[in-house]
Design a protein around this ligand. Structure first.
Ligand SMILES: [Zn+2]
Length: 276
């Protein structure tokens, strides 16, 4: 784990890339921040998490790091030990963790029950297409254990994902008063709540004509399996859907559940405080 600091004092803000070794966007964003070394008004911890997986260009070495939190300093796997070490580093910090996907070129925040309140105050400051409440679908993720805003920055390995990651990191630091500027977006961020997995049977060829975050109407074809059309019984919003991203699922169905921020919330919103 690489750890660098911007500014002096005990950091209450952290920016993390490289939780997954095959998602370089967040790593580049952290490296750019370290190289640029801006004058910060609050100290910031910059972390590249899984250097071993990055060196091997693989998601993880022994276990998926974002499924083994809180980890264990004496754990059997590299990632269990790393999870415990990373949590110790992030204690007392409000953190941004950057990821990328195989399903979407834009940006969206991944939220859990534990981070909803934090997301309400910070996400409106970030350039996000959406925020997704994923509570109850996976366990062992960093967002369940510390005040962390997790952002999917774009398509894995793309230049676009790196650009987004750098922009989001700057916006996050501005939202928390570490960098100047920082204005909430007037329109806020649409919030989706995952409702169920969309299963995928074994086949040779998959296609997903549906577009993530765009409503699929009842009767609409959302995917094909070896040319056979899968038609929606009920309307839903596809999230993290792709032909080949997961082995047994296309992705998730979600419902729209309001917005985070936006002009309806008024212009008097204060800059978010760092929760302690
Ligand atoms: Zn990831």
């Amino acid at each position: 784990m690489r750890i660098e600091q911007l500014g002096d004092g005990e950091p209450e803000i952290a920016v993390v890339g490289g939780i997954h070794g095959d998602e370089p966007c967040g790593v580049r964003a952290v490296e750019q921040l370290i190289e640029r070394d801006p004058d910060v008004e609050r100290p910031v911890k910059c972390i590249v998490a899984n250097e071993e997986a990055l060196a091997a260009d693989t998601r993880y070495v022994e276990a998926d790091l974002n499924r083994v939190f809180p980890g264990d300093p004496d754990g059997d796997t590299h990632e269990e030990r790393l999870a415990a070490a990373l949590l110790a580093e992030l204690k007392g910090c409000t953190t941004l963790s950057m990821h990328s996907t195989q399903s979407y070129t834009g940006t969206f925040a991944v939220l859990a029950e534990e981070t909803m309140a934090l997301a309400q105050s910070i996400c409106p400051y970030l350039t996000l297409d959406a925020a997704v409440d994923t509570s109850a679908f996976t366990e062992g993720r960093l967002i369940e254990h510390e005040p962390v805003i997790e952002v999917e920055c774009g398509y894995q390995g793309s230049a676009g994902a790196t650009e987004h990651a750098s922009m989001i990191a700057e916006e996050f630091l501005a939202a928390l008063g570490a960098l100047p500027g920082g204005e909430p977006h007037d329109e806020g961020v649409p919030l989706y709540r995952l409702t169920h997995l969309i299963p995928k049977g074994a086949a040779d060829a998959y296609d997903v004509p549906a577009t993530n975050f765009e409503r699929v109407a009842a009767g609409e074809t959302y995917a094909t399996i070896d040319g056979e059309e899968l038609v929606a019984d009920e309307p839903f919003y596809p999230v993290l859907m792709s032909p080949n991203g997961y082995e047994n699922e296309f992705g998730y169905a979600a419902e729209l559940d309001g917005r985070l921020g936006g002009s309806a919330a008024g212009d008097e919103r204060d800059r978010p405080e760092t929760p302690r």
